[in-house]
Each structure stands twice: as C-alpha cells, then as structure tokens.
Design a protein around this ligand. Structure first.
Ligand SMILES: *Cc1c(COP(=O)(O)O)cnc(C)c1O
Length: 404
C-alpha cells in the first residue's frame, strides 16, 4: 500500500525550525498549484521569489530533462559546459568579469564576504576588515551572513558572533559616513530590502555609498539574491539605478526552482579568491547551471522584462482598488514583481493573518516581516491569474477586516 504523507508528519519527523501552512501542494503548472485534495491555488508567492517562470515551465523542464540524461555532476576537479556557458552569459550581460557558483543565496553572500575580507587583506593588510551593513537587512542563515544581516534575532543564542561588523540605517547616508573609512573592506546592501519589508534604496543613497566606497577603497557588494534575474523588470536591480557594484550575489530566481547561487565580481577583485581559498562541492553543478542558463536566456529579453513592468502596474491597480474599499494598507511599494503592501495603522502587525485566510480562498502570498504583505509571483504570470488571484485576495481581506 502506498503511503500518503500528511502535515502531521512534518511535526513528527522534521526539525521544528519551520511552521508550514496546513495544505501540502503536490503539483504546479504556471502560476497555479494543486494540493493533495485537488484544490487549486493561484501562486503570488513564487516559492519566495524563486519560481521566476512559474511551475514546470516547458523551457526549464526541457533544459532539466536534457541535462538530466546527459551529465549531472562532476565536482570542481573538472569544469563542465553548462557552468562555462552560464558564467559567460552572466559576464556578457552584467558589470562582472568573473563568476563563482554555489548552491544558495547564503553561500553566495558567504563567498562575497570572504572575498571582500581577503581582497582587503591581500591588497592593504589585516586592519582593513570592517564590514558595513544595514539594519533590517537579510543576507542568509549561515553564521557569517546572519551576523552581517541586520536582524539580531537570527544570530541570537548561537554564541560569539564574528567581529568587525557594523550596521547603519538603510537609506540614511549620514548614518554610515562615520562607519565607512580606510579600515572598511566592504559595504553590503540590498537594492531593495526584501525580508526587511520591500523597501527600495533611494538613488541618492546608493550613489552616496558608491562614492564613499570609492573614496576609501571599499568594495560595494549588492545582495541581489531576491531582486535579481528580472524580478524588478531589469535583469538586475542595479541596472535601474545605473550604479555598479564591485561584487553582486544572485540566487533565488536564478535557478527558477533549481538550487543555485552565484557571486559576480570584477577582474580587479577576483584574484583574491586564489586557488584553494574557497570552494563548494556542488558549485557549478551541471544540472543547476543548465537550468539557470535556460532561465537567464528566457528572462533577459525585452518581452519578459517589459512584461514584468506591465504586470507591476496591474498589481498596483488591483491592490489600490482593494485598499480603496477596505483601507487596510498604508503604502504599496516595490518594483517589478517584488511588491509589498504595508498594513495601515489600525491593522498593524496583521499581514501574517492574511496568509491562512488567503489560502482558504485559494491564494498563496507571502509576508515580509509582520507588517508587510509581500507578493513575488512568476515573472510571466498570466493577466487572468492576476485578476483571479486579486479576487481571492479581496475575499481574504474582507474577512480580515470583518474579524476585527
Ligand atoms: C533569500 C535571501 C538570501 C538567502 O538565500 P538562501 O538561498 O536562503 O540562502 C540572502 N539575501 C537575500 C536578499 C535574500 O532575499
């Protein structure tokens, strides 16, 4: 007899670090999902900005199955064709000259931080090691990245945190003027703070950081794990600002659902990750790179990127119409298909209460902190699915308001 797992099995067999919703999706196609009971859902969550082309996109399924019957994995004792093609494609489309592959966003940031420290060590000396980051930022869950991240609850209780890390206030250049000096090796910033509440950096802020970095020989690191690969309507969010980094990290949407991370940098900085200084067994895995190349080539076209901007306007119009009726949001913000709706004062902290109601109505969404409803759907979500998803969201919000 075949065994059908249940949500209770999660509590029984899995470490309690997550608290997943009660339904278990079993199948996905485009921007729709179906659970064990055959109930259908519209997906505005996109696996947390990962399923950049929805579920089981034919282009990705083809890349995966073709590579899957050719070659999966070699380790870095050998290189492989998909990794070389993906590296070339990323270099040709961005500021970067060199690429390092790994398997997640946290690992990409870990590589970026180690590279920055090592670059400063090699070129200046041990004194140049301070890392400047921002409060509310999120850079992953490895011990180095939770320490650099600006949410202390993620590093609490794990023992002494790595030293030499300071935090300024996001979008407040004055708060970092005294932190960035000749002892600083890197400034790490998300062009749009994702987990922290979908807060875009101002142009003046990023330009100010770039200038301070240039003055003090500091590397500017963009964490584009959430904002990258078309999410904002440009291939990378920095392209909207026209301000280039020295290091950029990418993951989430890059694999479209297949785990991969990448760190991009320049010829000036890359030599510090010399032979033997860093590595990852899975980095550059052939299956992951084949899928990511298909994602990148499909997304980096005017049709898809312009489509993201058009869909942004649709999301905004729908959310504003809902807000006009129910007055639940204080602000609707974000770029492209990374959208946050901050709860109005009388609904403070209730964004997370929308999620189970939305699921009951057949919609999957996200939060970014307790007070911001977040949406990060497929970049090619059909208009009809947006409209139907918004009808369901409106029903959930009507219930939220009624329950007050
Ligand atoms: C999700 C995220 C990470 C961490 O990525 P993982 O793949 O979970 O390790 C890092 N930075 C940002 C901005 C993210 O959104």
């Amino acid at each position: 007899m075949s065994y059908t797992p249940s949500r209770a099995d999660f509590d029984r067999y899995m470490v309690p670090n997550y608290s997943p919703q009660q339904v278990i999706p079993v199948r996905g196609e485009g921007s729709r999902l179906w659970d064990q009971a055959g109930r259908e859902y519209i997906d505005f969550a996109g696996g947390i900005a990962v399923n950049s082309l929805g579920h089981c996109h034919p282009v990705l399924t083809q890349a995966l199955t073709e590579q899957g019957s050719t070659l999966w994995h070699l380790s870095n004792v050998y290189t492989n064709e998909p990794a070389l093609k993906l590296a070339k494609a990323l270099v040709e489309r961005t500021f970067a000259d060199k690429v390092y592959f790994c398997s997640s966003g946290g690992e990409a940031n870990e590589a970026a931080l180690k590279l920055a420290r090592r670059w400063a060590f090699d070129n200046f000396g041990e004194y140049k090691q301070r890392i400047v980051s921002f409060r509310q930022s999120f850079h992953g869950r490895t011990f180095f990245t939770v320490s650099v991240g600006g949410q202390p609850q993620y590093s609490q209780g794990f023992g002494p945190v790595p030293g030499g890390i300071v935090h300024g206030e996001f979008n407040n250049l004055d708060s970092v003027r005294n932190l960035i000096d000749d002892d600083t090796c890197a400034v790490v910033v998300e062009p749009i703070q994702g987990e922290g509440g979908i807060t875009p950096a101002t142009r003046a802020f990023l330009q100010g950081l770039r200038d301070l970095c240039d003055t003090h020989d500091v590397l500017l690191v963009y964490d584009e794990v959430q904002t990258g690969v078309g999410r904002t309507g440009s291939l990378y969010a920095y392209m909207e600002y026209g301000i280039e980094p020295d290091i950029l990290t990418s993951a989430k949407g890059l694999g479209g659902g297949f785990p991969i991370g990448a760190m991009l940098t320049t010829d000036r900085v890359a030599p510090a990750l010399a032979m033997g200084t860093h590595g990852s067994t899975y980095g550059g895995n052939a299956l992951a790179c084949a899928v990511a190349l298909a994602v990148l080539e499909h997304i980096d076209t005017p049709e898809v990127l312009d489509g993201v901007k058009q869909r942004h306007m649709l999301f905004r119009e729908h959310l504003e119409a809902i807000n006009h009726k129910y007055g639940v949001f204080k602000e609707i913000r974000g770029q492209g298909l990374l959208i946050g709706a901050e709860m109005a004062t009388e609904h403070e902290g209730r964004a997370k209460d929308i999620l189970p109601l939305a699921i009951e109505e057949g919609l999957m969404a996200l939060v970014a902190g307790p007070n911001v409803l977040r949406m990060a759907p497929s970049l090619v979500i059909p208009e009809a699915d947006i409209a139907e998803g918004m009808t369901r969201l409106e029903r959930a919000i009507a219930r939220l308001v009624a329950a007050k």
